[in-house]
Design a protein around this ligand. Structure first.
Ligand SMILES: *[C@@H]1O[C@H](CO)[C@@H](O)[C@H](O)[C@H]1NC(C)=O
Ligand SMILES: *[C@@H]1O[C@H](CO)[C@@H](O)[C@H](O)[C@H]1NC(C)=O
Ligand SMILES: *[C@@H]1O[C@H](CO)[C@@H](O)[C@H](O)[C@H]1NC(C)=O
Ligand SMILES: *[C@@H]1O[C@H](CO)[C@@H](O)[C@H](O)[C@H]1NC(C)=O
Ligand SMILES: *[C@@H]1O[C@H](CO)[C@@H](O)[C@H](O)[C@H]1NC(C)=O
Ligand SMILES: *[C@@H]1O[C@H](CO)[C@@H](O)[C@H](O)[C@H]1NC(C)=O
Ligand SMILES: *[C@@H]1O[C@H](CO)[C@@H](O)[C@H](O)[C@H]1NC(C)=O
Ligand SMILES: *[C@@H]1O[C@H](CO)[C@@H](O)[C@H](O)[C@H]1NC(C)=O
Length: 496
């Protein structure tokens, strides 16, 4: 697959790789020669050879050393930039709440439930999960029949850890009275998993580990909105991505996991300098070019909060702003909560960073902006103010539209399930890129809360054999936007 050749950026990476290779191979060839040339008759030649090697290699070694000092190993990583030859497979996965149906012909994707089971089944050595809280097993007073999917996933994890010899590591937010995480306690007790709890209060003074990712054998991974909660499989609307056979990117995700794992150790502190093994050169400036479903795609992973980002890692907020700023036609955002402020700081602060970027895109660049937020019993009604203030800009020359998605309850029992029946999606799609994340869009999530973004760009599509991922995600957005579940702001006049 000559995937790499088609982008300008990777050509540079390739050049660096070849540079690295040629030096490396020179050393290797010379070492091979030694054994045969170490005969007495060859000594003069050998000496000359040593001199030649010294003359040729020393400046290079020196150069490398300087680089090391200059940028603390980042350049070394650059030399090691992989020529990613993976043929990755990309799969959108969704949880559609029980009994919710769309009109015929609407795009539907495999369920998060089946995606997770598939990942567990594919595991040969390791499963690493980073998570917010754990309630895969229903501990509600009246267990819901639809909880079986979550319980099944839990049993499969338990089985993998105890019977299949899979090493399971879980990084979770520090348990509390509200989130006791009995699931992971049980897995530890059964010897099925090792668990580290990340204490944001101690590390940063506020925030939570809100991330949701699975990593299998450093090959396959999941990133998305679904929590390790049975509701996330049958009662909450979720969207995520599973990528298979993609070690180039999976090993980069492993670095994000290692940050959580390291900071979840007893007494851990955020280091002033991160180990260079956690640096990355896959980021917004130099994304990785990789084949996804036979289509050349540039991808990278972003992380938040900034305190959790070793050298080279793009901050989650910067990736969002980058995607917004590079849209050329449209920006569709589906996010559960949207607040240009902080919500959990002692004094609420105005935080207009994303809001400004969206306004600018619509007003100054005539990008068509659509924002689909979510509404449920727990939504702060002040969100309506903020959404209205965006929507007033909508006119014939600055398209900025807002709707609210409501997941109905189809039975009394569904209506009574706590923290269910909501659209939990957290993604954005533009004419050239997709951003699939784990964070709500309020200041807190980018200042002190742990989350991940998966960003891909497929605009340089050459001979795409499958529908571009951005088109698939756009179709998902439009399905929701034009559905009976999306409500215009005028229906919320009694609020705010
Ligand atoms: C890198 O990729 C290019 C283009 O596919 C290929 O020609 C080259 O041989 C690869 N180099 C290595 C070291 O794999
Ligand atoms: C909702 O889905 C459940 C599970 O599939 C089914 O048993 C029930 O009859 C459905 N209820 C309605 C109102 O469609
Ligand atoms: C991943 O690669 C393996 C080995 O080449 C192949 O058998 C498998 O079908 C691939 N997985 C997917 C989801 O395409
Ligand atoms: C995606 O790639 C296209 C073509 O290279 C470029 O114009 C666009 O700015 C890129 N988008 C992002 C978000 O990087
Ligand atoms: C936004 O403005 C355009 C152009 O005036 C209009 O067609 C569209 O219906 C408006 N959208 C909303 C949600 O009002
Ligand atoms: C949400 O509010 C509606 C109307 O106030 C109520 O009927 C419903 O039971 C509530 N749902 C939950 C889960 O609290
Ligand atoms: C954000 O998302 C989480 C779940 O991922 C949800 O429980 C929370 O209420 C959301 N909203 C805010 C404002 O934090
Ligand atoms: C990629 O290929 C897989 C397996 O063939 C398929 O299920 C999936 O929908 C494809 N993804 C895209 C974005 O076309």
């Amino acid at each position: 697959m000559t995937v790499i050749e088609r982008t300008g950026k990777l050509d540079a990476g390739e050049f660096e790789l070849q540079f690295f290779d040629s030096r490396y191979m020179l050393k290797e060839e010379d070492e091979e020669k030694w054994s045969g040339w170490l005969k007495p008759s060859c000594i003069p030649i050998t000496i000359i050879l040593i001199l030649i090697i010294l003359v040729v290699l020393l400046p290079l070694l020196d150069h490398e050393k300087n680089d090391d000092n200059a940028t603390a190993g980042l350049n070394n990583l650059k030399y090691l930039r992989r020529n990613c030859s993976n043929t990755c497979v990309f799969q959108l996965v969704e949880s559609i709440p029980e009994n919710m149906t769309y009109t015929k012909g609407s795009p539907l994707h495999p369920s998060v439930f089946h995606g997770w089971l598939d990942l567990i089944e594919k595991a040969q050595n390791t499963i690493d999960i980073a998570s917010f809280y754990w309630t895969l097993q229903d501990s509600d007073v009246t267990p819901d029949p639809s909880a079986w999917e979550g319980e099944h996933v839990f049993q499969e994890l338990l089985h993998a850890g105890t019977r299949r010899g899979i090493h399971i590591r879980i990084a979770q937010n520090k348990p509390s009275i509200y989130q006791p995480n009995y699931d992971t306690e049980y897995l530890v007790r059964k010897g099925a998993a090792k668990v580290h709890s990340v204490d944001f209060d101690r590390l940063i003074g506020a925030g939570v580990l809100h991330t949701k990712m699975w990593l299998i054998d450093s090959q396959h991974f999941y990133i998305g909105s679904a929590n390790m909660d049975w509701r996330s499989l049958t009662q909450v609307k979720e969207l995520g991505v599973i990528v298979y056979n993609c070690s180039c990117l999976a090993t980069d995700l492993a670095k994000i996991f290692e940050v959580y794992w390291m900071l979840g150790k007893k007494g851990a502190d955020i280091p002033s300098t991160w180990p260079s093994s956690l640096y990355t050169n896959i980021n917004a400036e130099t994304p990785l070019a990789v084949s996804m479903n036979d289509t050349l795609t540039s991808v990278y992973l972003s992380s938040s909060p900034p305190q959790f980002c070793p050298n080279g890692r793009t901050n989650d907020i910067d990736s969002i702003l980058d995607v917004i700023s590079k849209a050329q036609k449209y920006i569709y955002v589906a996010v559960m909560d949207y607040f240009p402020s902080t919500l959990y700081t002692e004094n609420k602060r105005y935080w207009p960073i994303i809001d400004d970027a969206l306004r600018k895109a619509a007003v100054e660049r005539q990008i068509h902006v659509r924002l689909l937020a979510s509404w449920w019993n727990h939504t702060r009604s002040s969100m309506i103010y903020f959404l209205r203030s965006l929507a007033v800009l909508n006119s014939s020359d600055s398209y900025i539209e807002v709707k609210l998605f409501i997941v109905p309850s189809y039975s009394e029992a569904q209506g009574k399930i706590p923290f269910a029946r909501v659209n939990h999606n957290k993604y954005m799609v533009t004419d050239n890129s997709a951003y699939i994340g784990t964070s709500n869009w309020s200041g807190d999530y980018f200042i002190n809360t742990g989350g991940i973004g998966f960003i891909l760009n497929q605009s340089q599509t050459g001979t795409a054999s499958s529908q571009p991922i951005t088109e698939q995600l756009t179709a998902v957005f439009e399905r929701d936007w034009f559905s009976e579940f999306a409500h215009s702001l005028s229906e919320f006049e009694e609020y705010g």
